[in-house]
Design a protein around this ligand. Sequence first.
Ligand SMILES: Cc1cc2nc3c(=O)[nH]c(=O)nc-3n(C[C@H](O)[C@H](O)[C@H](O)COP(=O)(O)OP(=O)(O)OC[C@H]3O[C@@H](n4cnc5c(N)ncnc54)[C@H](O)[C@@H]3O)c2cc1C
Length: 383
Amino acid sequence: MAVGWDAAAVVAQWPGLPPLAGDTSADACVVGLGASGLAAVEALCGRGLSVVGVDAGRVAAGAAGRNGGFLLGGPEPPLHDAVAAWGPTAVELYRETLAEIDTLEATLPPGVLRRTGSLRLAGLPGPAVDDVEEAAREREAVDCAAHAAALREHGIAVETYDGDLGCGIFLPDDAAVNPAVRALSIAARLEHRAALHEHTPVLRVEAGTVTTTRGVVRAPVIIVAVDGRLDQLLPQLAGRVRTARLQMLATAPTAPRLDCPVYGRWGYDYAQQGADGRLYVGGGRDLFADAEWTHATDPTPQVQEWIERVAARMAGGPVAVQDRWAASVGFTDDARALCVRVDDGVVAIGGYSGTGNLVGPVAARAAVAYATDGTVPPPYFES
Ligand SMILES: Cc1cc2nc3c(=O)[nH]c(=O)nc-3n(C[C@H](O)[C@H](O)[C@H](O)COP(=O)(O)OP(=O)(O)OC[C@H]3O[C@@H](n4cnc5c(N)ncnc54)[C@H](O)[C@@H]3O)c2cc1C
């Protein structure tokens, strides 16, 4: 399975991190080295603790390195829906995620994060194929207006968009990354501050002990950051988080067309044009929902066929597909992410409902505070 993002030099030339070599101990252990786990490692190091971090594969070889690379303010539901469901705390989370973009911009190597803004379209670019699509687009335009009104009410920047790609709203504070480059850049920064180990699958997590295939890590504080694998590693969370597959593809370089990450059809379909000119396109999960509630991570013909159609509409013409892939994410019933204590000193995070690039690090810091000094997580997390 070729992952388009991995062609970037930082990823292709990643030297790797050594697997765990036997039993060890530390003040803290982090399981899962995606962007969330890495943020937990950084927060724990920042508290002066010794940290061991382990991942079953390469850093960010899960969703953290295989996603759309959208850095969108806020949680998974648009702000008006999140406020309706969770109350004003949804606005607090929105502000935390915008602050996370600022932090990433200040700490990643130059050029990794592109401060592009993002575009939410009503529907997909191009003429509607039939009356059903046209009606759906009109309904979504109404929702875009409600979304914009909520953002304005809370002083968050938003503009009306009516341009080549259709109609919708532009959110100037949002940003874009190559997600694999983002995570590996952070891992490279942390590898001299913490003992980070790739290719070290964790078999079991109990209070004070992380059992891997390569040895046991003893640590009084344990943060589990495996999102789409939470229900497998911690079966006690099985009713609270459910795993889904999300799929993407990357095209050959195409003419410049997308100035920023673009998402439409209620956010189910999305595309980013990378700095390399390729389109990175995903979507279609809702159209094949039954099949996509799975732990499998292989792309499927039916979803990929839909995403190719999305890619062509985003490109404004035919595209040549070069890579196809999929990865796992965790969903919760009300889209509030989990930051839960599962045992003495053990806190699990995840369930970002497909939007964890920024919420994940926010959850990671809340988990570190919860596990180390008992600070109860904010109400925008389920704790
Ligand atoms: C196709 C796709 C597109 C997406 N697009 C976006 C987007 O544009 N914007 C956005 O915000 N979000 C997006 N998401 C969601 C986002 O990728 C995730 O919410 C986020 O990456 C979660 O990061 P994480 O570090 O918590 O978990 P993950 O990235 O899933 O990392 C978990 C890590 O844990 C490791 N692990 C799992 N089990 C074990 C074990 N037993 N032992 C040791 N290690 C283990 C895995 O190897 C993995 O590296 C997308 C997801 C997908 C799949």
